[in-house]
Ligand binder design. Structure first.
Ligand code: SF4
Length: 419
């Protein structure tokens, strides 16, 4: 890295440029705005930034950037091109994202810039296929939408919460798809019961990579740490998602709890601003510093967000023990607003209600503002379960929930917003 580049992305200088604002939308540098406005083919006056560092994706040996571009929505051409220029060439989408619009936006970009396809590490996911035939249909649709003949990493089992879908048939399909050259690597994603899924996967030699929820809250869980170690030892590449660990903003009627959480927010924010990080940057750094993860996937919908996270990827200082303590205390003080995905704990006593899925839908609605995706997740709940959502007694589930979530109130809130 040149001295000049070093100076440009120094944390403090970066934040001075950025202005101290909240998660995600951090910088307002006029040059970056110009890049957004001018579109992909106009050489806007852009800051010169070295490409982000890379790490090996487990036993695949492939090098991927420590920061990857999450495309849950259609990708803006300017962001796609800029991400490549800055080395964020791992693009993560899915068949279901934006009802296909995300994959199609990438496909359009590739159609217009075919020479750039070789520079992209393209990652997509199936959508709840039940058989190898279903899976093949999902893959063929993705290949068509993405305008490519090979997926670099295919998450052929999407949103895993147990291992029942890891059959010999799926293994054979994955091996055959690699032989046919339509995928290069195979893996799965998990948002629920992650420690159990990761530990089980560490014993499967045909899993190349896993995308898992992971953040400063989940890192407190010993089972999660053991499972990550096991995957690491097995050479499975790990990609972290949901690193911001956003809370559900359900109706919290206890004013003391609301005040305590607000104070925890204030303390955490003040600590990291003093260190030169925004809240969002500190949370990403807490995961990125963990060398067991190959990459951190973040939804970045503008070049300003991209640049903010790239600053973290380039930053060479490690968070100190006192910083991790601040995050730990913050996680404890605000845990009642965060669903950790440990559905195996609450669902056995929730009378058939998929609590984890409903909390996830609420998170998409409240924290990400992705109403369509939130409604799509909620719509998956069987009609007979939906009908009795408000009449179930959730006290037993609340009693066992390690995060003391107000499950009944949150489910009522989700039903009101998403039904
Ligand atoms: S509601 Fe509680 S027990 Fe259930 S998945 Fe979320 S954090 Fe775990």
């Amino acid at each position: 890295m040149s001295r000049q580049d070093d100076k440009r992305i120094n944390r403090r200088n970066f934040l001075k440029t950025a202005g101290l604002v909240g998660v995600g939308s951090v910088i307002t540098a006029a040059k970056v705005k110009a890049a957004d406005a001018n579109g992909p083919n106009v050489p806007a006056a852009q800051p010169t930034i070295q490409k982000v560092p890379k790490r090996k994706l487990g036993k695949t040996g492939v090098e991927v950037p420590v920061l990857s571009l999450g495309l849950g929505r259609p990708g803006e051409p300017a962001v796609l091109r800029q991400s490549l220029d800055w080395g964020v060439n791992y693009w993560d989408t899915s068949l279901a994202a934006g009802n296909g619009t995300s994959e199609r936006s990438i496909g359009e970009f590739i159609a217009k810039n075919p020479e750039l396809r070789k520079d992209i590490f393209l990652v997509t996911k199936e959508n709840k296929s039940k058989t190898p035939d279903d899976l093949e249909k999902c893959l063929q649709t993705s290949l068509k939408q993405l305008n490519t003949n090979c997926i670099d990493l295919y998450f052929g089992v999407y949103m895993v919460n147990d291992m029942v879908r890891f059959t010999d048939d799926i293994k054979k399909w994955a091996e055959d798809a690699k032989k046919r050259g339509v995928i290069k690597h195979f893996g799965f994603t998990t948002h629920q019961n992650m420690p159990q899924c990761l530990m089980a996967a560490s014993k499967l030699d045909w899993i190349d990579a896993i995308m898992t929820s992971y953040n400063f809250r989940l890192s407190q869980d010993k089972q999660m740490q053991d499972a990550i170690d096991a995957c690491n030892k097995a050479g499975i590449g790990l990609i972290a998602m949901k690193t911001q660990a956003m809370r559900q903003r359900g109706p919290n009627t206890d004013p003391n709890a609301v005040a305590a959480e607000a104070e925890a927010d204030r303390k955490m924010l003040a600590h990291f601003l003093e260190k030169g990080f925004t809240e969002g940057q500190a949370k990403i750094k807490a995961v990125m510093d963990d060398q067991r993860f190959s990459s951190v996937c973040s939804a970045m919908t503008s070049t300003t967000m991209l640049m903010s996270n790239i600053a973290v990827a380039h930053d060479k200082t490690k968070l100190a023990a006192e910083d991790m303590d601040v995050l730990k205390q913050y996680a404890q003080a605000t845990c009642s607003g965060y669903c950790a995905g440990c559905a195996h704990i609450c669902e056995p006593v929730a009378l058939g209600v998929p609590v984890g899925d409903i909390m996830r839908a609420l998170m998409y609605h409240d924290s990400y503002g992705d109403i369509a995706h939130a409604k799509a997740v909620f719509a998956e709940i069987p009609a007979d379960v939906k009908q009795r959502l408000l009449s179930v007694d959730y006290s037993a589930a609340e009693h066992v929930c390690p995060n003391r979530m107000q499950i009944g109130k949150l489910i009522a809130d989700a039903a009101a917003k998403l039904a």
